[in-house]
Design a protein around this ligand. Structure first.
Ligand code: KIV
Length: 288
């Protein structure tokens, strides 16, 4: 496997106009397989709140949960850069709390964190984190942690002015030191314009093909999460059916006595079996 991906590799991708891939993972074995498949950045997205923990939206997850899943993913990865989402309210109160929580993610094995939004306060936080050596991935356009304020899963940057507005936010993020920026649910032409006016790479999450990279939620890619499928997600497998069929077959085999088979059990040695039978016979005789 090639060398570990770092912030420098990511910037080189942009400079060389080379596309790179970002995919979420939440557990050790998934992280290991997608790392071996050559994914460049593995993101422990706070989407895990919905797809792995069954919460209604991403705001429900806390820093302790993100820490556990970050540790699991980081243990499985050798090659990819590991980035963890800073969850809702983990960086919003004070800069020192933001540093402490981002630090927890780095200690858990992440190589950087992702932060949503570009308000003045968030820009200050990002500047502080990058100054102390914590790489930050920005995230603008549709930002799920602002769902209640945005008022729904709405496409952002739909007009000329709104596009320039997102570009301005992205420029502020760039100046604050982010190494990449997720553009979520933005029209392709707007994302192209924004990408062309930035030095750092952009990562499309439903923002079309002109961004420097693409990100998807792994449960969408694997066909595992079925409650909601975004228009921009492409499903490459049918894990939901695979899991259902395996569980159904196992259930039937257990109930029909077909599991376990001869190959799936441990056997006593001949001598031990003889002793056990003798013991059983003696017990039966003493009861007579
Ligand atoms: O939470 C997440 O998985 C994300 C990506 C889809 C960008 O933020």
């Amino acid at each position: 496997m090639s060398k570990k991906i770092t912030v420098n590799t990511i910037q080189k991708f942009k400079n060389n106009k080379e596309k790179f891939s970002v995919l979420t993972a939440y557990d050790y074995s998934t992280a290991k397989y997608i790392d071996e498949a050559g994914i460049d950045i593995i993101l422990i997205g706070d989407s895990l709140a919905m797809v792995a923990l069954g919460y209604e939206n991403t705001n429900a997850i806390g820093i302790e949960e993100m820490e556990i899943f970050t540790k699991a993913v980081a243990r499985g990865v050798n090659h990819a850069m590991v980035i963890t989402d800073m969850p809702f309210l983990s960086y919003h109160k004070t800069e020192s709390e933001a540093v402490e929580n981002a630090g927890k993610m780095i200690k858990a094995g992440a190589n950087g964190v992702k932060i949503e939004g570009a308000t003045d306060y968030i820009i200050k936080v990002i500047k502080h984190l990058t100054e102390i050596g914590i790489p930050v991935m920005g995230h603008v356009g549709f930002t799920p942690q602002f769902l209640n304020a945005i008022g729904g899963y709405n496409i952002q940057g739909k007009s000329y002015e709104a596009t320039l507005d997102i570009l301005e936010q992205a420029k502020k993020l760039e100046q604050a030191g982010v190494f990449s920026i997720v553009l979520e649910m933005v029209p392709e032409e707007s994302a192209q314009y924004i990408t062309e006016h930035l030095t750092v790479p952009t990562i499309s999450c439903g923002a079309g093909k002109y961004c420097s990279a693409q990100v998807l939620v792994s449960d969408d890619v694997f066909g595992k999460y079925s409650e909601f499928k975004p228009k921009f997600a492409r499903q490459y497998g049918d894990m939901k059916s695979l899991i259902f069929n395996c569980a159904k077959q196992y259930n039937e085999d257990v109930k029909n006595g077909k599991f376990p088979s001869e190959q799936e059990v441990f056997r006593l040695k001949e001598e031990e079996l003889k002793q056990l039978k003798l013991h059983k016979d003696n017990q039966t005789n003493s009861l007579r």
